[in-house]
Design a protein around this ligand. Structure first.
Ligand code: PLP
Length: 393
């Protein structure tokens, strides 16, 4: 019996476990202090009424002989795939139903997709980045090259003619930095991928936060992307499904490498290793796209955007550099007085009991930066920023 030794190459503990451990220790020592968490990317608003109503109905249906659903289609029910197809059509992206795969969330599929690729590919990952891209590739022993994202390129790295690689990850709006690519910038990435016969893994988990119509929500808004990209999206942030679990992956029908069709390979993979998302959850996800559902979820997104504004105003008052917060729930700030990111984490926790995420946890270029999320409550966010305001004075 031989073990997958690639696991030895993973960092000791997942970023958020380290944060949770430090917070638990602080809480034990200071039981009377009210901790405010602006750290993890979990939402605080409950599911909207249209979603829970649809799920209640689905539960009732499941208890009837006529409405019972056993194993569903591995790729998802057509009622939901059709809604997603129409969602993309609003931005002039034409998808076929067989290009849309319903998943139990973007994180699973981002890891699962790697089943399709050879271990010898070189993967290009921006730094800083959502840690799952790095760890899933390390688990497979794939060679990772990092692309620098920094203040100079506004945390939006672009390809240059010397850049070589087989798979590139792009997350826009970005976690952790909140930066968003413009259409002209994504065009450069698509051009590069086509010229290099590379694949773009596009993570659109935060597309619903984009508030400027000229910014692309999907890589498929870019001409040629259907020949070089797969897109991952999620109901977690748009509709608060972090605990309900539903997402979707778009694998274009014509996507081919070495004469193998990735859409067909993904069907083969999913039908072998996945038995679909529960009917009840897919019914809830479908309700997101009804008029009532969409209005309700947008109200929640506006609520989070308002939190981001509260955070941005405090940082601006103190002249602290930051990105994000407009088309994203994340604010990526520079730590004041050249502090290192874990030092700033400890400083905030110990002095004002506010928790954020140290930038270094997202890669070496995150050193000196700190991520705040707007997914908390308004009251919590306001109080946290008042405490930070006083502290920085
Ligand atoms: N992609 C990014 C960039 C994320 O930040 C997250 C979660 O925070 C995910 C994917 C995971 O989404 P899901 O909840 O659908 O698994």
């Amino acid at each position: 019996m031989q073990i997958n030794k690639n696991y030895k190459n993973l960092a000791q503990s997942y970023l958020f476990s380290t944060v949770a451990k430090k917070v638990a220790e602080f809480s034990q020592k200071n039981p009377d202090k009210k901790i405010i968490k602006l750290g993890a990317g979990d939402v605080s608003r409950p599911l909207c009424k249209a979603v829970t109503d649809a799920m209640h109905l689905a539960v009732t249906e499941m208890g009837t002989k006529e409405g019972f659903h056993g194993y569903g289609p591995e790729q998802g029910y057509d009622f939901l795939r059709n809604k997603i197809k129409n969602y993309y059509k609003r931005r002039s992206v034409e998808l076929e139903l067989n290009e849309i795969f319903i998943s139990d969330g973007a994180k699973s599929d981002l890891g699962n997709i790697l089943d399709l690729f050879d271990k010898d590919n070189t993967v290009l990952i921006p730094d800083p980045v959502y840690p799952a891209y790095v760890d899933t590739n390390k688990m497979n022993g794939r060679n990772i090259e990092y692309i620098d994202a920094n203040i100079e390129n506004e945390f939006l790295p672009l390809p240059d003619k010397n850049l070589k690689g087989d798979i590139v990850y792009i997350c826009s709006p970005n976690n952790p930095t909140g930066a968003v690519y413009k259409k002209s910038q994504l065009e450069l990435w698509v051009k590069w991928a086509l010229e290099n016969k590379a694949l773009i893994i596009f993570d659109a988990a935060y597309e619903c936060f984009i508030s400027d119509d000229s910014l692309p929500h999907s890589i498929f808004e870019i001409e040629g992307a259907k020949k070089c990209a797969i897109e991952f999206c999620s109901f977690s942030k748009i509709a608060g499904f972090t605990g309900t679990r539903c997402g979707y992956t778009i694998v274009p029908a014509d996507l081919e490498y070495e004469e193998m069709n990735l859409n067909k390979m993904w069907v083969r993979r999913q039908t072998t290793k996945f038995n679909g998302v529960s009917y009840i959850v897919q019914k809830g996800a479908e309700a997101v796209f009804t008029e009532q559902g969409y209005a309700e979820i947008m109200e929640n997104i506006e609520y989070y955007k308002n939190n981001a504004l509260v955070m941005a105003n405090t940082l601006e008052k103190h002249g602290i550099w930051y990105t994000g917060g407009i088309h994203s729930p994340y604010i990526w700030m520079q730590c004041p007085n050249n502090m290192k990111s874990w030092d700033f984490f400890d400083y905030l926790l110990e002095n004002v009991a506010v928790v954020g995420t140290p930038g270094l946890g997202f890669g070496k270029n995150g050193e000196g930066f700190f991520r705040l999320t707007s997914f908390g409550t308004y009251e919590g966010t306001k109080e946290a920023m008042e405490r930070i305001d006083k502290l920085l004075k």
